[in-house]
Write a protein that binds this ligand. Structure first.
Ligand code: GLN
Length: 186
């Protein structure tokens, strides 16, 4: 669990409810023995700076490039996106997920809202909490859409990477985390 900034505690609780042993990662040494990564929501520009000062950028980049499964939510999705729109000058990403993410894509007026989402292969909708959320404005080949909102992807998967523009850790509905962990286990 990347724990530099943002909504990581709620993710740790969700992972614990599912029986996973979540380690809070703040330094490169914390990565020892980690099987999978979760990148939380928060503020991607701040995380970008902290990734540099913590020394975590290179080892995380290497782990992700090496196929370590990753779940990224909101700012975490921004960190994974290959292309970024409306980033700040010089903002970097791991460029591991072939999508374009537009930061704060819903603008200032309706910057935060909730919506019921239909998740692929699930009968019961999932409540999505969107907080200054990014929008996915492009998906590359091989990117599977797991949930949409008004015809736009809001949850995607590509190989070992899963990412959502909303905050699945804030509702107590652990289905997305469960799906991610099932992928890690297999
Ligand atoms: N707008 C934030 C960013 O650019 C993301 C918001 C969130 O993670 N809830 O990083």
């Amino acid at each position: 669990m990347l724990a530099l900034q943002g909504a990581f505690r709620e993710h740790v609780q969700a992972l614990a409810r599912l029986g996973a042993d979540a380690v809070e990662v703040r330094t490169p040494a914390d990565l020892a023995g980690v099987d999978a990564l979760v990148l939380p929501g928060g503020e991607s520009t701040t995380m970008d700076l902290l990734l540099g000062s913590s020394g975590l950028r290179e080892p995380l980049q290497a782990a992700i490039a090496g196929g370590t499964p990753v779940l990224g939510t909101c700012a975490g999705l921004i960190l994974l996106a290959r292309d970024l729109e409306d980033g700040v000058e010089g903002q970097r990403t791991f460029a591991a997920l072939d999508v374009t993410a537009r930061r704060n894509g819903y603008g200032r007026q309706v910057s935060s809202f909730e919506a019921d989402l239909e998740l692929a292969d699930e009968a019961v909708p999932m409540r999505g909490v969107f907080i200054r959320a990014p929008r996915i404005t492009r998906t590359g080949e091989g990117v599977e859409v797991l949930a949409q909102l008004d015809g736009e992807p809001v949850c995607v998967r590509s190989g070992p990477i899963m990412a959502a523009t909303f905050h699945p850790e804030l509702t107590g509905d652990d289905r997305l985390h469960a799906r991610f962990l099932a992928g890690v286990a297999s």
